[in-house]
Ligand binder design. Structure first.
Ligand code: KG4
Ligand code: ZN
Length: 334
């Protein structure tokens, strides 16, 4: 069988990214232009600024991805693009670029769900074993997804309010840390003590759902109360105690689900998968089981196009195609 080369495009949030992947598993080139510096001073991603940056960057990033790869358009079998979820104006830049290229170069077009991309980032490291459980933790998502085969996703648990990354970013903001706050909390937490007993939302006994808004409010209240009483709280201890609560719930539910569904592999995906505390806790907990745990290397945890091309390869091989009527869908279901 001949090799399959898929070009991936990702513009759902604040990274403009293009990558080329061979046979769904091998990175040939992977270019990411981050806009974080442009959004930092606003304390979050500004959608209009994101769209404008994507327009400016997309052709440059595409060119660089080809330069890095040593390939040309004749080698490419299909174009995969993130169609959702994400910021609609940002998604549209990638979708329209992909459509224009598919038309001009006469290549099949394949729409990809952003979270499927985060999951498939792991397959760039190791082949999947089914059934597989994926813990997805990002700025917009907190989900436990069961996969019995390639390209099929069953959401068995999800957040009922804030996503894990969102909670990190909101708490970081309270502590006057720069955006995105997750990595800063992670760093502070490593130096702090778990001295504050923040709540853990276990929800119903048999539920794999999550809830982080209560925890976020508890942290905010604790900071306000201390200020009013003139007490000083160490921000390292707030970070460590908050992180302990998030990780406890995430890791405990993931292990429970992995055992209940008798999975052969557990994978972690999304920006919060970069969290050192979470990685350590999951590694410790899964060492006690005989279920292999796979966490992608840091640079594949956050948004990139290699993961979109990797997930797109499966769609392509399963015969899924998108027409030129493909549209950005900010609330696309997995
Ligand atoms: O997957 P991602 O790059 O974008 C989305 O699709 O949302 O995830 C970004 C999120 C942000 O909320 C960021 O604060 C969080 O991932 N994050 C972290 C860490 N690194 C990134 N959260 C906790 N600890 C980290 N080390
Ligand atoms: Zn993402």
């Amino acid at each position: 069988m001949s090799d399959t080369y898929i070009l991936g495009i990702e513009t759902s949030c604040d990274e403009t990214a293009v990558a080329i992947i061979k046979n769904g598993r091998e990175i040939i080139s992977n270019v990411v232009a981050s806009q974080i510096d442009s959004h930092k001073r606003f304390g979050g991603v500004v959608p209009e600024i994101a769209s404008r940056h994507h327009v400016e960057q997309i052709t440059l990033v595409l060119e660089e991805a080809f330069n890095e790869s040593g390939l040309n358009w004749n080698d490419i079998d299909a174009i995969a693009v993130t169609e959702g979820p994400g910021l609609v104006g940002a998604l549209l830049i990638g979708v329209n670029a992909a459509k224009a290229l598919a038309y001009a170069k006469n290549k099949p077009l394949v729409g990809v769900h952003h979270i499927a991309g985060h999951i498939y980032a792991n397959r760039l490291e190791e082949e999947f074993q089914f059934p597989l459980l994926a813990l997805i933790v990002s700025g917009g998502h907190t989900e436990l997804v069961l996969m019995r085969e390639h390209g099929h996703y069953e959401v068995i648990g999800e957040t009922r309010d804030d996503a894990a990354g969102e909670a990190y970013d909101k708490v970081a903001r309270m502590l006057h840390l720069p955006y995105p706050g997750g990595p800063h909390i992670d760093r502070l937490a490593a130096r702090g003590e778990v001295s504050i007993d923040f709540p853990r939302a276990w929800l119903e006994e048999d539920s794999f759902d999550f809830s982080f808004s209560g925890l976020k409010s508890a942290v905010i209240n604790k900071i306000h109360n201390a200020k009013q009483k003139g007490e000083s709280l160490k921000e390292e201890d707030i970070a460590a105690s908050f992180q302990a609560s998030v990780i406890d719930v995430l890791a405990t539910k993931t292990v429970k689900a992995a055992k209940q569904y008798q999975v052969k592999q557990v994978i972690v995906a999304g920006g919060v998968a970069a969290n050192k505390g979470l990685r350590e806790e999951l590694e410790a907990k899964f060492t006690e089981t005989d279920i292999p745990l796979l966490i992608p290397p840091l640079k594949l945890c956050t948004d990139n196009a290699a993961m979109i091309a990797a997930a797109g390869t499966i769609n392509y091989q399963q015969g899924k195609r998108s027409g030129l009527e493909l549209n950005a869908n900010p609330s696309l279901q997995l």
